[in-house]
Design a protein around this ligand. Sequence first.
Ligand SMILES: Nc1ncnc2c1ncn2[C@@H]1O[C@H](COP(=O)(O)OP(=O)(O)OP(=O)(O)O)[C@@H](O)[C@H]1O
Length: 320
Amino acid sequence: MTAIRTSELTKRFGPDVVAVDGLDLRVESGEVFGFLGPNGAGKSTVINLLLDFVRPTAGSATVLGYDSTTEAQQIRQRTGVLPEGASLYERLTGREHLEWVARANDVTIDPIPALERVGLSPEAADRAVGGYSKGMTQRLALAMALVGDPDLLILDEPSSGLDPTGMREFREIVRAEARNGRTVFFSSHVLAEVEAVCDRIGILHEGTLVATGTPADLRAGLDLVGTLEVEVASVPQEVPLETIDGVQRATVQDGTITVSVVDPTAKIEVLTELHERTRVLDVISENASLERLFDTYTATGGDRRSSDDRIGDPSTEVDR
Ligand SMILES: Nc1ncnc2c1ncn2[C@@H]1O[C@H](COP(=O)(O)OP(=O)(O)OP(=O)(O)O)[C@@H](O)[C@H]1O
């Protein structure tokens, strides 16, 4: 089943601002979908349209099979939302926040397991939220979004303000929720975070989706898929690395040979060639960063494709 589908979804604010521009988006049930875009790309506006907090200028959206404008009530009942910069009531405890959300949603809740599910201890349940760390506050906000076991979880910039450990733990919780069958729509402008947690990514730029696919699909849209750094005891005189299929370039510096590959299987051949000629001391293998794709698609002004990016037409999706 399709959890979210938008068709030509458009939102204008006044005569000059087109926040969402003919968006066609599809998110399948059970996937963690990363909605990635720079500030102002239109991510929050799309979320607001899905939940009927703003009305489209044109086009339509369905969420969990319900129309976003005529059946918003059903959508909200089945959707948990962690809004950007969620602010909580400093004087209320974690337990009171959850009880309040449960009452508002007309469901019953056992606060302790609900808090433990997001990594908050029973001891934290009865402390005022004003004394929570940023990480604890985000966890509580997530627990609030999960009240009523929603089918769809919408997280708008959920990791803002979290330190790297907090971000990692938060990602683990999100993945655990996805394993329980929940669809997660994860909006962020931080590529690494989306890449680490999402099954598929959609890149939004100026209200339009410019690429969608798995992180691997998006990488495959780049010519360069990875690099291999090989530290050797001595650099062999003649290494025909650039003649290996899939090798783009090989350079040597201070006993380290760096090889750019367009086909990951070429890495093994490179290592075999080197192993036959010298002693290999260390190997670092890295996938090409999606950062480059992101930068290319979201660069503002002028031709977004520089001649050496070679990733094809930005309007072409690399969805497979
Ligand atoms: N209520 C509004 N009135 C006028 N313009 C708006 C309104 N809401 C959003 N915009 C504009 O629409 C565009 C998209 O904004 P939006 O907040 O959806 O982007 P975003 O991708 O969520 O950005 P951020 O990551 O900064 O939250 C921006 O140009 C913004 O200024």
